[in-house]
Design a binder for this molecule. Sequence first.
Ligand SMILES: [Zn+2]
Length: 365
Amino acid sequence: MRWLLCLAWVWSLALAFPRVGVHEGFTRLVFDLPSPQVDYRLEEGEGLLTLSFPGLSVPARDLVVNSPEVASVQVVPEGRGVRVLVRLKGAVEVTTRRFGDPERLVLDLSLRREAPARPQAPSGAPPQTRPPNPRRPVVLLDPGHGGVDPGMVGYVVEKEVVLDVALRLKSLLEREGVEVRLTRDRDTHLSRDKRTDLFLRSQMADSSQVNLFVSIHVNASPTRTARGVEVFYFGRAQDPRVLAQVIRENGGGEVGRRLTEEARSAAERILSDVVAQANQRFSQRLAETLGHHLSQATGSPYRGSFPGDFFVLRYARVPAVLVEIGFGDHPVEGRRLQESAYRDRVAQGLLSGVLTFLSNGAFSR
Ligand SMILES: [Zn+2]
């Protein structure tokens, strides 16, 4: 049985489009093509390579690669052809070669060498920060609210719980070799102005060094009877209940409505942007993975993953989600969220969700 599974795995890699190999100093993508007539076009953008193969038909695919050079590869069939999006972790040198018999296109991607070291900074100047180790995945955690903004207040105060859970999750992830950045590591806001505050958080995710972004929140319901886990990815909110929640997390009241309106116009633009759509699909997969693992670890029911016009998630170029770890105003779940042991389980659930998502590529490290 085992050798059969092994054979199936090898067969699936052989059929993969593209085949991905992680080597010392470079990542190789091999595109097997049906004939010499199949042409391609390569565009290099900031943090993204796009290959178009007109006339080619292959199934959609989302692959987390997580090599030093490449974060992910997505295959997007569209009309009469296919587009391949290669998300990069930094500036890369691209070498392309075409071979016949069998027909294939080979791309080798290596990180561009750093510029020569600058002269020593004068004494007293702050030491230059070292670039992060590109081999380690980088996760950005955003404990929601903070400082002047407490978030929801029920059996718990949202800003306190989410910070505590984020710090627990940070040490668990670091133990697994994942680098973690936080939007805040204490009880503070990033700005008194809600728009600026959410903008600064989302800006931190807009870096080619970050692999994924998780904003952590606590839920509330008008009837105080709901419980469970919900995870959101960026997109247009489909139902009024989600919209009400989006407005609350976007600052509530008039501010929340204004920021939701602004985020909504960004969500509409996704409909005509194939790159954003592909990232949305990735985010949806991250949302599903986190939701299932969190529910499993805590025993709290999984209520599902939904698109929402969350200001903090808009324009994210990496998989980005907002996770509601539970309802802080439910008489049972709210009290559980007060407990240290329960918060550990929440952090464990998020840990296994993140690790599962990151390791979903056949060649990940
Ligand atoms: Zn919140």
